[in-house]
Write a protein that binds this ligand. Structure first.
Ligand SMILES: [Zn+2]
Length: 234
C-alpha cells in the first residue's frame, strides 16, 4: 500500500456510515481522487476543517489494491475557503466552481493548469473580485482547458486571423466563428464587447479588482452556460 502526499482541493464529501466520510478531492499530482476519511463524521476528529469543500489541504493517502477508493490518512489545511461561504453570492459561485471541476475533470488525471485556475479564482474571490466576473473568468478558462471554448479569433470558413475590431458571427451550433466576409446567413451575432472581454480574460490573471462591463459579463456567462450544457450532453 504506497503512501502518497499531494496538495489538493476538496470537492465534495458524503457521509459514510456513522463515523466516516467519502471525500472527492482534486489532487495536484494525481488528479481527481475519491477516498474514505475514517472518523471524519465524529464531533472531534483529526481532520478539522481540512475536508470542507474548496479547502486547499495537503492530503496523505494510501492506495488500496483493486479498490477505487483510497484511504485518507491525514489532511492538513493550507488555506481555508471559509470566507467564501460567509455570503450567499460568493457561496453560490464557490459551489459552481466545485461542480464544474467535478464535471469536467476525468478521474486520476493530473491537470496542473486547472489546479492553478481554481486556486487563483478562490484567492481572487476572497480578495473581493466581483463575483460575476470571477465566475465568467473561471468558466472561460475551464471550457478552454477542456477544449470546448471556440476560438473567436480565427474564421472557421476561410481560416483568416481575426482582429478585435473585425466583424464575426457564431456559426449555427455556436461552436465556431465565421467572419463577415464569409457566408454567415444562419449565424448569430456576437457583441464586440464580449469578444473584447474574452480576449482580456485569456490574456490576464484574475485578481482582487478584476471586472468588466455588466452587459458583456452577463452575455458571456450565458454563452458559457450554453457550452457547458452542450459539453455535458454530448
Ligand atoms: Zn471567413
Amino acid at each position: 500500500m504506497p503512501l502518497h502526499q499531494s496538495d489538493s482541493i476538496i470537492l465534495k464529501t458524503y457521509p459514510l456510515g456513522e463515523a466516516d466520510r467519502i471525500v472527492a478531492f482534486f489532487s495536484r499530482d494525481h488528479g481527481k481522487v475519491r477516498g474514505v476519511a475514517n472518523g471524519a463524521r465524529r464531533m472531534k476528529n483529526r481532520f478539522g476543517a481540512s475536508l470542507e469543500p474548496l479547502a486547499h489541504s495537503r492530503i496523505q493517502f494510501f492506495e488500496k489494491e483493486n479498490r477505487d477508493l483510497v484511504r485518507i490518512q491525514s489532511a492538513d489545511l493550507l488555506d481555508s475557503p471559509m470566507k467564501l461561504f460567509q455570503d450567499y453570492d460568493r457561496a453560490v459561485c464557490a459551489g459552481r466552481i466545485v461542480e464544474l471541476v467535478d464535471r469536467f475533470l476525468p478521474e486520476r488525471e493530473p491537470q496542473d493548469a486547472v489546479f492553478r485556475l481554481v486556486r487563483m479564482t478562490v484567492t481572487a474571490l476572497k480578495q473581493g473580485c466581483p463575483i460575476q466576473f470571477a465566475a465568467c473568468y473561471f468558466e472561460v478558462w475551464m471550457l478552454r482547458l477542456a477544449g470546448v471554448f471556440p476560438d473567436l479569433f480565427v474564421c472557421s470558413t476561410c481560416a483568416r486571423r481575426l482582429q478585435l475590431e473585425d466583424e464575426r458571427f457564431l456559426a449555427p451550433g455556436l461552436q465556431a466563428v465565421v467572419c463577415g466576409k464569409c457566408d454567415h446567413r444562419n449565424a448569430s451575432g456576437i457583441l464586440a464587447e464580449v469578444v473584447a472581454l474574452v480576449q482580456r480574460i485569456l490574456k490576464s490573471q484574475l485578481n482582487g479588482d478584476g471586472g468588466g462591463a455588466d452587459r458583456a459579463v452577463r452575455n458571456l456567462h450565458e454563452l458559457n452556460e450554453y457550452w457547458i450544457r452542450h459539453y455535458s450532453e454530448r
